[in-house]
Design a protein around this ligand. Structure first.
Ligand SMILES: [Fe+2]
Length: 198
């Protein structure tokens, strides 16, 4: 990884992911489309997987078909933002609640390029994700509905502080891709996953 040079406050350089840890892209999808996904997942809340080993206390969905449709729509913009040809691997959605937490971690290979979009949340509090830069500094990112955060999940540590009662329901979809010319291209569509949900 190169030196840290993305400045959230300044809006950042959105052109390249190479050598960069993360990029914030406001309104990568419209707020209207985000709210459709939000309502969709609230309606499915009870049927999600509550045994996600990574996030305690969340309802989770692996490879949801509606998220795949959006993911294929986003492929072109993701390729532009990262400057890479990408293959789609999988998607994962979580509906967080006031008991959720996410320890600091890095992701598996199929998440070489990840896009996190917030689809909506109850109330006026966004439960932020944080990313660590090369100087071990945490950067909290508030994503409003429709905003996206692009990051290299393999090399950039990230997590969330423990949720509290300000978090009632919050829906985030994670779209995972790999570099089509890179070492993880065989993870296309995540066909060979072994006992690793997220
Ligand atoms: Fe992650």
């Amino acid at each position: 990884m190169g030196e840290y040079r993305f400045n959230l406050e300044a809006g950042g350089n959105l052109e390249y992911l190479n050598d960069m840890e993360f990029q914030l892209v406001r309104n990568i999808i419209s707020q209207e489309r985000a709210y459709i996904m939000y309502d969709y997942f609230l309606s499915k809340y009870d049927s999600g997987d509550f045994y996600d080993p990574q996030v305690f206390g969340a309802s989770s969905f692996y490879k949801d078909i509606e998220v795949y449709k959006l993911q294929f729509d986003l492929l072109e913009v993701m390729q532009k933002k990262t400057g890479r040809k990408l293959y789609t691997t999988y998607n994962y959605t979580r509906v967080y609640n006031n008991k959720s937490y996410l320890d600091e971690h890095t992701d598996r290979e199929a998440c070489e390029v990840t896009l996190d979009i917030c689809m909506g949340y109850q109330g006026d509090y966004v439960w932020p994700i944080w990313m660590k830069d090369n100087n071990n500094q945490k950067h909290y990112v508030d994503l409003k509905p429709g905003d996206g955060l692009i990051y290299d999940g393999l090399h950039t540590s990230h997590g969330r502080d423990k949720a509290d009662d300000r978090v009632q329901r919050q829906v985030n979809c994670f779209f995972h891709y790999v570099d089509a010319d890179g070492p993880y291209k065989n993870y296309i569509l995540d066909l060979f996953r072994k006992n690793q949900m997220r």
